[in-house]
Each structure stands twice: as C-alpha cells, then as structure tokens.
Design a protein around this ligand. Structure first.
Ligand code: MG
Length: 328
C-alpha cells in the first residue's frame, strides 16, 4: 500500500427492530428485522453511513455471515477492501459501497427529508410509494386509511391462505378500491402452475385493469414456466425472488424476460454493478424495500431516483409496519 492510498476508519454495530405485527408471507412469519449499521470516515473527517440488511431466504447472506465479515476487518480499510467484497455477501457489498458513496452528505439534508417523508404525489414531488397491505382479509379494511394518506398503489401478499378464499378476497378488494388505485399481488413464489393460471384469469378479467402486476407467481427454479405465463396472459408479471442479485437480473434479462424486475437495492449487491446494468439495458424496474432502516432506505431511494426508467410507485411504503424511533 502506498503512503497516499486513502484509508477509511471503519465502525459497525448490529441492530434489532421488531415489527408492530409479524409480517406473514409464503416464506413464513417474520417478527424482527436485524441488521448492521456501519460507518466509514475518510482522512478529511467525512463520514458515510451504510446498512447491511440481509434477507437470507431471498438469497442474500445471513446476518451472521455479514457480521463475521465485518468482525474480521481491521479498523482501517481501503477502497480495495470495499470493492472486492465477494458476491456471496450481497447485502454487505451494498452496505459498504453506499457508505463509501455517501460520505459527507450532510449538505443534502433537505433533499433527504423530502425523499424520506413524501408518501404521495404532489406538485413538489414526483415520488410515489406503494403501500403494503396486511395479509389476508385485513386488507379489505386497511386500504382505506392508506388511500386517505395519499397512497394509490397497494401491494398484497398472496399464496398464504387457501386459494379459493384468496380469490374471493381479491375480487372483493378490487370492487372496493376507487378508480385510480393500482394493486400489486405478490405470491413470493408460492403458487403452482394451476394456481398461477387461476390468479391470472381473475387478473385478466379485472374490468378496470386494477392489477398493475402479479409478482413472482412461481418458485425461482421455474423461470421458463413464468416466461410461458407472461405469454399466455395480458396481466404484467414481475420477477422478484428470481432476480434478488444483479447476476440473476442479467441472466433473466438475457433469457428474454421483458416484464417487470423488482430490485431490492439493499440485497442486490454492488451499487456500481447495478448502476452499470441499468445504464446498459432498457428495463422496467420497480425498486423495493427489505424493511431496512432509514440509513439503507436513503441509499436505496437515492439509487431508485437515479436509475428508475418508469413512473411506477416505489415499494417503500412500509412506515406503518414499525413504531417510529430515533435511529430509524
Ligand atoms: Mg416480492
């Protein structure tokens, strides 16, 4: 290392954040968000904050793997360390690169506050968020207060209860939603072929085209079948679990996917690589949260506003899932 190689003073700590109510998905019940907050301070005293928010059932490393990586690092690190984190540690790559990019950002506090606090479309902001509805029948009531707060796009997890029941609920939900509302249905890969077809028939029949897209109907290993579904139905399909990391995003694109790609920046991996992919291809992206804290959220939203090529709502409408507190 030469004498003028920039060095960064590295610190980290873990955090835990309990959901107000456990989040039910087809992966099971999730009660506690755990992650790591890190900081990098350069020789000029400029500090950048980053967050490692793993989602192991989505293909990222575990919190333990991320922790062990951080724990083995010396107190002072170089860019070589930051940009050579292995692809297997995708959430860690994001945490370090976003901290590095965000050094000395204090001057942009106003812009930050606007991004973090805006929930709906006003003349002063072009950012719209999609709100996550509670799973099951609770969605039939919950949309209303979210609508009053300005949300126009709603996301609902499916593949959790019996399909006949869920299909009745979704038809009821669609009949209740006002004109202009959009619904995203997220199966988290939990449907089989026949179930996916039943859902898509209901979506295609929707009079007012309320279903914006059906997300990850089938498991990750059924890419060809999802491609086939996208040809059979007019409802747009989105890939999420299938494109958790940037390498998968590239692969699905190369294999012909032209529907929506859901990108969760906090677990997608290297910020540089994601930026390169988005600049090289015309892709329909929806940026989405992994229930990270404000630190990861800010970095993810910064990327989303930079890289988004459509006016689709961002999947960050999750504030009602946690109590407010200082750090988050
Ligand atoms: Mg999803």
């Amino acid at each position: 290392m030469s004498a003028d190689t920039p060095q960064y003073c590295f610190k980290f700590r873990t955090y835990q954040r309990r959901f107000k109510q456990p989040l039910q998905t087809s992966h099971g019940s999730w009660e506690m968000r755990e992650g790591i907050i890190l900081s990098l301070r350069d020789n000029d005293g400029k500090v950048g904050w980053g967050e490692i928010a793993p989602l192991p059932w989505f293909g990222s490393e575990t919190l333990e793997e991320a922790y062990n990586f951080c724990d083995r690092l010396p107190q002072k690190i170089t860019e070589e360390t930051i940009f050579s984190i292995p692809d297997g540690l995708s959430a860690t790559q994001f945490g370090f690169e976003s901290a590095w990019e965000g050094r000395g950002e204090r001057g942009r506090e106003g812009e930050r506050a606007r991004i973090l606090n805006s929930t709906h479309h006003t003349p002063h902001t072009t950012i719209q968020y999609s709100a996550l509805l509670p799973t099951g029948a609770a969605a039939l009531q919950a949309w209303e207060s979210l609508w009053e707060r300005g949300y126009r796009t709603f996301k609902w997890k499916i593949g959790v209860a019996a399909i006949a029941q869920e299909l009745k609920w979704v038809e009821e939900l669609m009949s209740l939603l006002p004109a202009g509302a959009k619904l995203r249905l997220d199966a988290n890969g939990g449907l089989n072929w026949e179930e996916a077809r039943s859902w898509l028939e209901v979506c295609d029949r929707s009079q007012r085209s309320q279903v914006e897209f059906l997300e990850q109907p089938l498991a990750v290993d059924r890419f060809e079948a999802m491609l086939e579904l996208s040809r059979l139905y007019s409802t747009t399909l989105a890939l999420d679990e299938s494109v958790a990391a940037i390498a998968q995003l590239e692969e699905c694109y190369q294999q012909g996917w032209r529907g929506v790609f859901v990108v969760k920046p906090c677990i997608a991996g290297s910020v540089k690589s994601l930026r390169r992919f988005c600049q090289q291809h015309e892709v329909d992206l929806v940026f989405s949260s992994v229930f990270e804290s404000k630190i990861g959220r800010q970095a993810a939203l910064r990327l989303a506003t930079e890289l988004s090529q459509s006016d689709r709502a961002l999947g960050f409408g999750i504030d009602c899932w946690f109590d407010d507190d200082d750090l988050f």
